[in-house]
Ligand binder design. Structure first.
Ligand code: SF4
Ligand code: SF4
Length: 416
C-alpha cells in the first residue's frame, strides 16, 4: 500500500480504515482570516483552530505514544494548529523530528496558510513529511483582501489587498516548493458565499499549475463575532457548483470535515473522553516530560493572589503538591530586574525544579526564554490555589491571558 493510500484525508477509501491525530503544538498565527477565532476551547466545538490544550513538542510525543496505544488504526500524525505551524516553525519542526525519530513508519503531514511554508519544504521532506495542505482562499488580491484582515510579513504588518497579494505570492511559491520536494500537496479553500464562490475555479487552476494534486472545498463555518460571520454558510448547490468547476483542473476530495486542531481517530468521529483525558494529562506534565520538575513558582506579594509581573518580580514563591492540596515550599530571590537575557538564564536556574511559573503579566521575550529552558509561563490572575489546580490538572486557568507585546507593561516591567 502506498503512502497516499494510507492517508485518510487524502484518500476516501483510506478514511474507512485509517485514523489521524493532530498534535496541537502551534498556537500562534501570522495572518488573520476573517472567519477565524481561536479563543474558544470547547470540547463540543468541531472546527479548525479549536483545541482543548496546546502542547510542547515533548508533551506531544508523550501524547502520541498513548494515542497510538489506544487507537492503532492511526496512520498519520499532523501539525494543524491551532494557529499556523510555521508562525513559530521551530515548534513544528521539533515535533515532527521527535515523531519521525520514534515512529518512522507513521505518515507525517501538516496544514498551513502557506505564508512561511516555502523555506521549510526541503527540511520537511528530510523529516519524512509526505503530505501538506495549504489553505488558499483567493488568487486575486482584490478578493483575498475581503477575506484576510492582515498578514505579518517579517516585521511588517500588511492589510487587506496588500496582505492578500503577499500571501497569495507566498502560497503559490510554497505549493511549488513542496511539490518539488516530493510532498503531496492538497489545497483547502473556504468558500465564502458572495465573496469567493465564483473564484474557486481560478484558485483550482492556479494551485494545480503550481503543483497541487488535490483540492478540498470547504463551506464557510460562520463563527459569531468574526467579520465574515454575516455571509452565512453556503448551501449544497453552491458548493456542488464550486466543486464541479474546480474539478476541471484538479482532483477533488469530498470527505474532509474541517477537524479540530486536536482531532484524533477516524475522520468524522468526535474525540472521546479518553483522548481528552490524555491531552490534559500531557499538558500537565513538564514541557520536557523526562525532566523532574515537581513544583510551580508564583509571582505574589502576599501569598494568596497571583500579583507579580515576570519582568519585575523580586522573588517567587515555590509551591508543591501535597496530597490533594498544595503546600508552600520556599520563597526564592529572583535575579535583579532589567537584566535581559541574563535574568532569564539565571531565573531558569533558580526555578530548575519548577514546571511552570504563574504571573499576572509577561512579555513575549521572557516567555520564550523560560519555555526554551523547560518552564511554562502561565499568565493569569486570581487565587493561587485555583491556578495551581489548573496547572496540575492540565486545564487552562480561568483567567489565562496571552503574553503582552514588549512595552505592554508600560516600560516598568523589566522585561528588556
Ligand atoms: Fe486562523 Fe488558520 Fe487563518 Fe491563522 S491561518 S487566522 S489559524 S484560520
Ligand atoms: Fe483531514 Fe480533518 Fe484535516 Fe480535513 S480537517 S485534512 S479531514 S484531519
Amino acid at each position: 500500500m502506498t503512502n497516499a493510500n494510507r492517508h485518510p484525508c487524502f484518500d476516501a477509501t483510506a478514511a474507512k480504515t485509517f485514523g489521524r491525530v493532530h498534535l496541537p503544538v502551534a498556537p500562534s498565527c501570522n495572518i488573520q482570516c476573517g472567519y477565524c477565532d481561536r479563543r474558544y476551547d470547547c470540547a463540543n466545538e468541531n472546527r479548525p483552530g479549536v483545541t482543548s490544550a496546546v502542547l510542547s513538542p515533548g508533551q506531544a510525543l508523550w501524547y502520541l505514544r498513548e494515542v497510538l496505544r489506544l487507537d492503532p488504526s492511526i496512520s498519520v500524525a499532523g501539525v494543524a494548529g491551532p494557529g499556523d505551524p510555521f508562525a513559530e516553525p521551530e515548534k513544528t519542526l521539533e515535533t515532527l523530528s521527535l515523531v519521525h525519530g520514534e515512529f518512522p513508519k507513521l505518515l507525517l503531514c501538516t496544514s498551513s496558510n502557506g505564508l512561511n511554508l516555502a523555506p521549510y519544504a526541503g527540511r520537511l521532506s528530510e523529516l519524512g513529511l509526505t503530505h501538506v495542505t495549504v489553505t488558499v482562499n483567493a488568487v486575486d488580491p482584490a478578493i483575498g483582501g475581503k477575506i484576510y484582515a492582515w498578514v505579518r510579513d517579517g516585521v511588517h504588518v500588511l492589510r487587506r489587498e496588500e496582505a492578500a497579494a503577499c500571501l497569495i505570492r507566498n502560497q503559490l511559491t510554497a505549493i511549488a516548493a513542496c511539490a518539488a520536494a516530493g510532498i503531496t500537496v492538497k489545497v483547502n479553500t473556504v468558500v465564502v458565499p458572495g465573496v469567493n464562490d465564483e473564484h474557486v475555479e481560478a484558485i483550482a487552476c492556479a494551485a494545480a499549475g503550481a503543483g497541487a494534486r488535490l483540492m478540498n472545498c470547504m463551506p464557510l463555518m460562520p463563527v459569531a463575532g468574526t467579520p465574515l460571520a454575516g455571509f452565512g454558510k453556503p448551501g449544497h448547490e453552491l458548493m456542488q457548483k464550486a466543486r464541479w468547476r474546480a474539478s476541471q483542473h484538479v482532483d477533488i476530495v469530498h470527505h474532509c470535515r474541517g477537524c479540530r486542531s486536536d482531532a484524533a481517530g477516524k475522520i468524522g468521529s468526535a474525540n472521546d473522553s479518553s483522548i481528552q483525558d490524555l491531552l490534559l494529562h500531557a499538558r500537565s506534565m513538564p514541557l520536557k516530560p523526562a525532566e523532574d520538575r515537581p513544583n510551580v513558582a508564583v509571582a505574589t506579594r502576599e501569598g494568596l493572589l497571583i500579583s507579580g509581573h515576570l519582568g519585575g518580580a523580586e522573588s517567587f514563591t515555590v509551591f508543591g503538591r501535597d496530597g490533594a492540596g498544595f503546600r508552600e515550599i520556599t520563597v526564592r530571590k529572583a535575579p535583579p530586574p532589567g537584566g535581559g537575557a541574563e535574568r532569564w538564564a539565571e531565573l531558569s536556574r533558580v526555578l530548575s525544579d519548577c514546571r511552570a511559573v504563574l504571573v499576572e503579566r509577561a512579555g513575549e521575550t521572557p516567555v520564550r526564554a523560560l519555555e526554551a529552558e523547560g518552564i511554562r509561563v502561565v499568565i493569569t490572575e486570581g487565587l493561587i490555589a485555583d491556578a495551581l489546580e489548573s496547572v496540575y490538572s492540565g486545564a487552562v486557568p480561568a483567567a489565562a491571558m496571552p503574553p503582552s507585546k514588549c512595552g505592554g507593561c508600560g516600560g516598568g516591567g523589566g522585561c528588556g
